[in-house]
Design a protein around this ligand. Structure first.
Ligand code: SF4
Length: 464
């Protein structure tokens, strides 16, 4: 298992291609930021960002033969598996015809959750979880041919799989958010500001706790303020935030809110000079219903510009909520919606159909919740369960939609009363089930599935 931890001893000049697809570019900003701080690594490699498979292939055709080694960084969700399969297949062809030294280094939710299958699919290295501390020394080691285990000894465990030249790297040190930047000036990537990471709840369908851990970590108010100032100075007027649960910001354990800390953060951001708009508790993050408190919504009304707050309800069935480990009940959802509405904001509530423990009665209960929420003035976003790698439900089977539920959801979607890509997600979900069965029965084969089912970031379910 631990035979060889050196990838190649003969590289002199490298090209690093960051394959940042639309859905994944947020995750590359902090990685590139950490690279940006390591001038010694940047001296060893040219770096280029490609946004599509086509751009990536053109880049390798154009100048692939000028380099001894090409390192390709790829991050992806389980929901992108069909698109990623194509990328792996094209990479194999390019290895054969253009440059045999193309190395695929994969990270992000799916590779973290299923590293071995990702290697079998065609990756050379999988980095599980957080990559900010790992990426610079990893690239340096690969380019100059240092043993990986030696180079990463204080920050990660390196395992060589089956005596091959394939590696799984698991960080052994948790990232301190104040030590890393969420944006990269050099590559002009300024995603929403990540204010917290990790989640203690471990809902069985969600990847967050299984990738980043159950300990919730927060970026300090001072650090967020500094970053916000930088964004405003760059002319980025909309300040948005990434968190597993925005109203849990500052919470010591992530289980109980710390309203003073949230209010302090929003007050400080509001007081910043310059043209800006603050969006908190809404896209791209949301809040748990049990964290919706009058004083927190009042703070959003006072200091922020959003007219909506997004809340994760997930199911209208008490039984399902218990089974998926949500840690709140249905009444809690109604209370959260009331608190938000009474303060003049619009609640946007997420629900998921097709969860593995769902019975026909549970499905009807969720439909009732959807209708009640619509009647109370809330907006509803409907999702369909997708089995994501690394979660307790990675190998679970979705529950099919009842005909009556499908019909009603179509009617509500058609009349604009519910939103959400539930039908696309349903197709992706069953595609994943077939892909899973195929890859476990016949070994992983990049060529077997060509059906294209992808989902855009904006349609994806975002936590909480
Ligand atoms: S769904 Fe939300 S609350 Fe549950 S584990 Fe994911 S981020 Fe945490």
């Amino acid at each position: 298992m631990h035979k060889d931890v050196t990838i190649d001893k003969h590289a002199h000049k490298a090209l690093t291609i960051v394959l940042a697809l639309d859905e994944n570019w947020y995750s590359f900003a902090p990685l590139l930021a950490s690279l940006e701080k390591n001038a010694d690594v940047l001296r060893l490699t040219d770096v280029v960002i490609c946004k599509t498979l086509k751009e990536y292939m053109m880049e390798i055709r154009r100048r692939g033969n000028l380099y001894d080694k090409i390192l390709v960084l790829l991050s992806f969700f389980t929901t992108q598996i069909s698109e990623i399969t194509l990328i792996f297949r094209e990479t194999n062809l390019m290895r054969r015809h253009l440059n045999e030294n193309i190395l695929l280094i994969c990270g992000g939710p799916h590779p973290s959750g299923d590293p071995i299958k990702t290697l079998k699919l065609g990756a050379d290295v999988v980095v599980r979880g957080e990559g900010e501390y790992i990426l610079p020394p990893l690239l340096r080691a690969i380019i100059i041919g240092e043993p990986l285990r030696e180079s990463l000894r204080n920050i990660a465990e390196v395992i060589c799989i089956d005596n091959s030249n394939k590696f799984v790297i698991s960080p052994s040190v948790m990232v301190n958010l104040d030590e890393v930047s969420p944006y990269s000036s050099k590559w002009n990537l300024h995603p929403p500001i990540e204010i917290s990471r990790g989640c203690p709840f471990g809902c069985k369908y969600c990847e967050v706790s299984y990738i980043f851990g159950k300990k919730m970590r927060h970026r300090s108010v001072d650090s967020i303020e500094r970053i916000a100032k930088h964004y405003i100075a760059r002319g980025l007027t909309d300040l948005r935030f990434i968190s597993s649960n925005s109203f849990a910001y500052g919470s010591r354990n992530g289980v109980r809110p710390n309203p003073q800390k949230v209010i302090k953060l929003l007050r400080r951001l509001h007081a910043l000079n310059g043209e800006k708009r603050i969006f908190f508790g809404t896209f791209p993050s949301e809040v748990r219903p049990d964290f919706v408190m009058p004083e927190l919504v009042d703070a959003v009304v006072k200091y922020c510009n959003n007219r909506k707050i997004a809340v994760g309800a997930q199911s209208g069935s008490e039984r399902v909520l218990r089974a998926i480990g949500r840690g709140h009940d249905v009444d809690c959802v109604y209370s959260a919606v009331d608190i938000i509405r009474e303060r003049g904001l619009i609640p946007v509530v997420d629900v998921i159909f097709g969860l593995p423990p769902e019975s026909p009665e549970d499905q009807m209960a969720t439909l009732d919740l959807v209708k009640n929420l619509i009647s109370s003035g809330a907006e509803v976003r409907v999702h369909y369960f997708m089995p994501l790698a690394g979660t307790p439900y990675a190998y679970a089977t979705p529950k099919p939609l009842l005909d009556a539920v499908r019909k009603e959801l179509r009617r509500l979607t058609g009349s604009g009363k519910v939103r959400g890509a539930w039908e696309l997600q349903e197709r992706i979900s069953w595609y994943l089930v077939r892909w899973r069965e195929h890859t476990s029965s016949e070994g992983v084969n990049g060529g077997a599935h060509t059906e294209q089912v992808t989902i855009s970031f904006h349609e994806s379910k975002r936590n909480a």
